[in-house]
Design a protein around this ligand. Structure first.
Ligand code: FAD
Length: 315
């Protein structure tokens, strides 16, 4: 019998590394910027694969979003994933923004539609769907391929464990995800969800329909009832009624409410990992404490980067 090849040999550590990323939003004031940068430094110590930076569909924070992306690239070891929304933007405007991101060295974009304006009116010629933005990014990328040394821009998209509020059905959501994959999406990050089976059912439906890209669960550390209700309002996702009741019962005891919420987030993340999730994306709300608390309870298998350890020892 020939000796086992490297491919056959069992690995020293059988647990596959799990991807880790965080979502941040651009600060709205100088004070918020100070808090955010403390958070960024704390999160940096966990060596995530990337941090995503949100982008307001209304256009109000585009400059601060680009500034944050710049600072992450220039002042930290973190890799930014820039969110970009296309609703209301023309192909020319969006091409300019994509080029500006690529000029800055960004190589990961989360291609989103953004929420439609309240009056529902879109300017003439504006893009309608995230799928249009993916195709636009790929067109810009093709024109600049030589710069990427045979690499490519990683494009992420949104996926929905709970039906998107405007969608006629969960089956339609899957058709849209499949269309986004066909147009060039490399991975998906999910909207928040409160029941573990919602993530596994999404993955099951997606795989049966031919979606092969990684679907990374978006997990929010649920530290207070106020946050849960706000999150539900923003995302249109109904919160878990039992969790709301338990948090309400603990309303006078902030620490107990926080523990209940963090435990619920850990349980969601564990269930998603058990269902085969290839990574976790933590919605931080620009706070590190609860994200780090959830992480410390999960004990994720993560690759260690020797260069980073050395960098930390010398700084
Ligand atoms: P789409 O995929 O375009 O879908 C929007 C709607 O149109 C859906 O109902 C879909 O079913 C339908 N649809 C899509 N394509 C077609 C088609 N070809 N034919 C018919 N119907 C179609 N919002 C922000 O403003 N800024 C952010 O930074 C941001 N970050 C987010 C990050 C994540 C991980 C997630 C999950 C959401 C984020 N959002 C953000 C919210 C997002 O913009 C909204 O959920 C928005 O309503 C839909 O965006 P989408 O990219 O899924 O759109």
């Amino acid at each position: 019998m020939s000796p086992p090849t490297l491919i056959d040999a069992p690995s020293a550590n059988s647990a596959e590394p799990v991807a880790l990323s965080y979502e941040l939003f651009p600060p709205r004031s100088d004070a918020a910027s100070v808090t955010l940068w403390k958070t960024i430094r704390e999160l940096e110590c966990t060596d995530p694969d990337y941090v995503s930076v949100t982008y307001g569909a209304s256009g109000s924070n585009h400059e601060t979003a680009l500034d944050l992306v710049d600072r992450l690239q220039l002042e930290t070891t973190l890799r930014p994933l820039a969110h970009l929304t296309c609703v209301g933007g023309t192909p020319e405007e969006l091409s300019r923004t994509v080029n500006a991101l690529l000029d800055r060295g960004v190589r990961g974009i989360l291609a989103l539609r953004g929420d439609r304006p309240k009056d529902g009116h879109l300017p003439d010629g504006s893009l309608r769907y995230a799928q249009d933005l993916i195709e636009l990014i790929r067109r810009v990328e093709r024109r600049r391929f030589a710069q990427f040394a045979a690499g490519k821009v990683a494009i992420g998209v949104a996926a929905y464990p709970v039906k998107h509020p405007e969608s006629p059905s969960v089956a339609h959501d899957i058709e849209v995800l499949l269309a986004k994959q066909r147009s060039g999406a490399d991975f998906a990050i999910t909207q928040v969800f409160f029941h573990p089976e919602q993530y596994s059912a999404l993955v099951h439906r997606a795989r049966r329909a031919g979606v092969t890209i990684p679907i990374i669960p978006g997990i929010m550390p649920l530290t207070s009832l106020r946050r849960i209700l706000r999150l539900s309002e923003l995302s249109g996702v109904e919160p878990d009624a039992r969790l709301v009741d338990r948090m309400r019962a603990a309303a006078d005891d902030v620490e107990t409410a926080r523990r209940i919420g963090v435990d619920a987030s850990v349980a969601l993340a564990e269930a998603a990992l058990d269902a085969g999730a290839p990574g976790l994306h933590l919605y931080t709300f620009n706070e590190h404490e609860s994200a780090l608390e959830v992480l410390s309870k999960l004990n994720l298998p993560r690759p260690s980067r020797p260069s980073l350890q050395a960098h930390r020892r010398t700084t």
